[in-house]
Each structure stands twice: as C-alpha cells, then as structure tokens.
Design a protein around this ligand. Structure first.
Ligand code: ADP
Ligand code: MG
Ligand code: MG
Length: 211
C-alpha cells in the first residue's frame, strides 16, 4: 500500500467519520476539564474537509491533501485546536513536498514536522497535558519503526499505538497549557481531549493505509 493522494483522501474521510462517531466522547472529555466544545469543533472541521474534497476532487499529492486540510481546519475548527491542527497539517504538507507518495522516511519527517508545528504554535512541552503528549510518543514510535525497516503502513500503526499510550498517560497529569490549566490540580484524573482527537487522527491514517 503506497501513501499516495488516494490514501490521504481516505485518511481525511476516516478522520471525519471518527470525529462524528466520537463527537459526544470528545465533548464529554472537554466538559470535564474545558468548555465542552472539542467534539463539536473537530466534527465541524473534518466534515468541512470532506465537503471540500467532494467539491474540488482529490488533490494531486498527499501534501496537497494535507494543505487542503490545514486551510479548512484553520478556518472551521476555532478554539485552541483549530490553529494547532492547522499548523500541524500545514507543516506536514510542507514536509511532504511534491512527492506523489510518502516512503517511511518521508512519513517520519512529515509526522515530526506536524508535532513540531504544534509545539511552535502552542509552546507546550511533554507533560503539560495537551495533544503534544500524544504526538510526541507517536513520532518516537514512528521513528523506531522506520529505523527497523517497517513499511509505511506499519510506521503509521506504530504512530497510532504510540499516540494511544500517550493519551492514557495524560490522565494523571496536571494541565499547564490551555483552558484545562485554569483548573490547576483539579485537571488531574481526566484524559486530555486534544490528545484523544490526535489518537483518532493517527488511527484514521493507519486505517486508511490498511484499506
Ligand atoms: P478550546 O480550549 O479553545 O475550547 P478545544 O476544546 O477545541 O479548544 O481544544 C482543547 C485542546 O487543545 C486541549 O485538550 C489540548 O490538547 C489542546 N491545547 C490547548 N492549548 C494547547 C497548547 N498551548 N499546546 C498544545 N495543545 C493545546
Ligand atoms: Mg474546548
Ligand atoms: Mg472553546
């Protein structure tokens, strides 16, 4: 399975389906330590990405699909997550360049660029109880897998598993960035909603590579 534009198109559609399916779950997570809008924000954003893909047709390269997603998420998601995911997909698109498909090494570069974009934009570190806590172990797992000669699909599966472990690790943390940080110690004992949506995005990427 090559990670071409058709894969990236399937990725966005799988992510949109996951956001719709998990809309209430993400709302509930954000109600515990935020303002209960994360599920609505992400569902609206990825629905708009699919509408744009339907209207324009699949772009020529995976990087072009990521750029379309970046622009759409930036204008439709709002809140903290919109600019963060927008920056992530924009940096990912730049890292992908004009390549017609992503080999494992390029894929790791793309995932790393996405994570670095989120860090550059939001200034969160690992342990601050944000989506960075899902992206960072995802990137590390992807690097390890690519270093062991995994296929692109296997690298995505590793990234998705890494993100899932990172999400679980956010539960005991005290939030130091974003709205949840207003709660101080009361933010402990809850999963971070943005880390949860990151898992859905990376799971969708892996799923699209299996099809
Ligand atoms: P808002 O908090 O504006 O309502 P969302 O609910 O859509 O925005 O997104 C909240 C998520 O955004 C958090 O769960 C967290 O993962 C992420 N987030 C917030 N601030 C930052 C930051 N500075 N860096 C990285 N991620 C952040
Ligand atoms: Mg919110
Ligand atoms: Mg909000």
């Amino acid at each position: 399975m090559s990670l071409d534009a058709a894969w990236a198109d399937r990725w966005m559609r799988a992510a949109a389906a996951a956001m719709a399916e998990n809309r209430q779950h993400l709302i509930d997570l954000d109600r515990d330590i935020g303002d209960a809008d994360h599920g609505e924000n992400m569902d609206r954003g990825f629905s708009a990405v699919v509408e744009k893909l339907d209207a324009d047709g699949t772009p020529a390269t995976p990087g072009d699909v990521m750029k379309l997603a970046a622009m759409t998420l930036m204008s439709k998601v709002g809140g903290a997550a919109g600019p963060l995911y927008g920056t992530a997909f924009l940096r990912a698109a730049t890292a992908a360049g004009p390549a017609p498909d992503l080999d494992p090494g390029t894929l790791v570069t793309v995932l790393t660029a996405a994570r670095d974009g989120i860090v550059a934009r939001g200034k969160a570190e690992v342990g601050d109880k944000t989506m960075v806590d899902a992206w960072t172990p995802a990137v590390e797992a992807a690097q390890t897998a690519a270093g062991a000669s995994a296929s692109s699909a296997e690298v995505l599966a590793a990234a998705s598993n890494g993100a899932r472990a990172g999400l679980a690790g956010t539960e005991p943390l005290i939030a130091r960035k974003g709205r949840a940080s207003y709660l101080g110690e009361r933010s402990a004992g809850h999963l971070d909603p943005g880390a949860a949506s990151t898992v859905l995005i990376l799971q969708a990427a892996a799923q699209a590579a299996e099809e």
